[in-house]
Ligand binder design. Structure first.
Ligand code: FAD
Length: 408
């Protein structure tokens, strides 16, 4: 058994950011990261790959290049979390012992939950910006389409970046509008939920784009099967009359898969009833195990699952974990901040920023009107500043604009 002060599960946005924040506070801490992947992705950039703005390479780095030099990197997957023994089992057969554990393995994209989807993806006009290798296909389909029917789907919540299903749709529509072919394309948004966006304040600004692009919104419709060669999508349609099934032919289908808590968390004692990490929302400490913290998409807290949330969470976890190791009260508080820059056209974004309970937490002053209108400033932030902030500040533990709030 190898021992570390802190073991972090996952070297994604949350794992790397929290390691960097911990090291800035306590350089002497012995920190290990468990991460099997050889590549690290800036996933928020995949929307812009699908919209023809970024190349896939702009979203990808080797894991070795983002892994901090001060951590011990265990290049394997965690297979069991044993908080009663303060231990983690790895698929290499090794066991790690910790003084504090940070759980950040992200979430699982459940492609196989939709019948026929795995086989259809990447062919027959079926694509998804939720896979790095498929986002370029979204753009090539968008460019080649001049008429026919395009379907964009959104699965039941929770999903990471809840705005991403419609971001893909708006960027495709903007391109079709620019080419003068939008009028010949029947665009449909099939949403398993009942609202365009979970926080009502942003809905009117989005609805203006729904009208402008002539999009048909089909609520309470969940994709359940795809027949690629026949170009047919099957939806479960929920209405007051009960459940029904609708088959819709398509020329292009952009799918966002159903998403669930990773098996590692779901099958551990750290999970809540729904399988996600059972954390205290304000402190991000586990509700029952004091030496366990968590952040990112695996968390059961009600914030939007975004890298923006991770940017605010990492310093809170770092502050509170260091205090926990010293036996001090936990000093820092996370108010549920998450952000979703909705790319409604090429060059403009509705910048949705909100916390727990849908409380608006805008970065910019009132006169920018960021909830009520799409802005060029928002696009500049999404396409230029946020990638820089991610790679050079967040993953390095620089907490500019992300300093934690103090607990009352
Ligand atoms: P991830 O970054 O996914 O990292 C999880 C890591 O854990 C991975 O490296 C994985 O290999 C590793 N792991 C998994 N299982 C194990 C295991 N058993 N043992 C060890 N390691 C394991 N966010 C925004 O803020 N703004 C956006 O505009 C935005 N747009 C998005 C668009 C798309 C298409 C997608 C897919 C995501 C988007 N996001 C956006 C969401 C953002 O990317 C995630 O919220 C963020 O990456 C979550 O960080 P994480 O560390 O929890 O998970």
């Amino acid at each position: 058994i190898t021992g570390h002060d802190v073991v972090i599960i996952g070297g994604g946005a949350g794992g790397i950011a929290v390691a960097a924040s911990l090291h800035r506070r306590e350089p002497a801490l012995d920190i290990a990261i468990v991460e099997p992947a050889t590549e690290h992705f800036y996933q928020p950039g995949w929307t812009l790959v699908g919209g023809g703005v970024f190349t896939p390479e702009q979203t990808r780095r080797t894991m070795a290049s983002v892994m901090p030099s001060f951590v011990t990197w265990h290049r394997c997957a965690a297979t069991a979390l044993l908080p009663d023994q303060h231990q983690v089992e790895l698929d290499s057969g090794a066991t790690l012992r910790y003084r504090a554990l940070v759980v950040a393995p992200g979430l699982t994209l459940d492609w196989s939950a939709i019948e026929g989807l795995d086989a259809a993806l990447g062919h027959h006009g079926v694509t998804s910006n939720y896979r790095a290798d498929l986002a370029p296909y979204t753009w090539s389909l968008t460019q080649s389409m001049t008429r026919g029917r395009a379907l964009f789907t959104q699965p039941p919540m929770p999903i990471k970046c809840a705005g991403a299903p419609q971001k893909a749709m708006y960027l495709s529509c903007a391109e079709w509008e620019r080419k003068g072919v939008l009028g010949d394309i029947d665009v449909n948004f099939h949403n398993a939920g009942g609202a365009l966006f979970g926080v009502a304040a942003f809905v009117p600004a989005l609805e203006r784009y729904i009208r402008r692009y002539g999009i048909q919104c089909r609520f309470q419709q969940t994709l359940i099967a795809v027949d690629g060669p026949a170009r047919l999508a099957r939806f479960q349609v929920t209405s007051e009359a009960g459940n029904d099934v609708a088959e819709v032919p398509f020329d292009m289908l952009h799918v966002v898969p159903p998403q669930r808590a990773p098996e590692l968390v779901r099958t551990s004692v750290l999970a809540n009833d729904a399988g996600w990490l059972d954390l205290t929302p304000e402190t991000l400490q586990h509700t029952r195990f004091e030496d366990v913290f968590g952040l990112g998409d695996a968390s059961g807290t009600s914030n939007a699952k975004t890298a923006a949330a991770v940017r605010k969470q990492a310093p809170v976890v770092a502050d509170n974990l260091v205090a926990q190791l010293k036996g001090d009260p936990l000093p820092s508080c996370y108010r549920g901040y998450g952000a979703c820059p909705l790319t409604v056209e090429r060059g403009r974004v509705v910048l949705a920023e909100f916390g727990y309970g849908g409380e608006l937490q805008p970065t910019f002053p009132d006169w920018v009107n960021q909830a009520r209108q799409a802005t060029r400033l928002g696009w500049h932030i999404k396409a230029r500043q946020l990638p820089f902030i991610y790679w050079n500040l967040m993953l390095k533990g620089h907490e500019w604009l992300a300093g934690p709030d103090r607990r009352a």
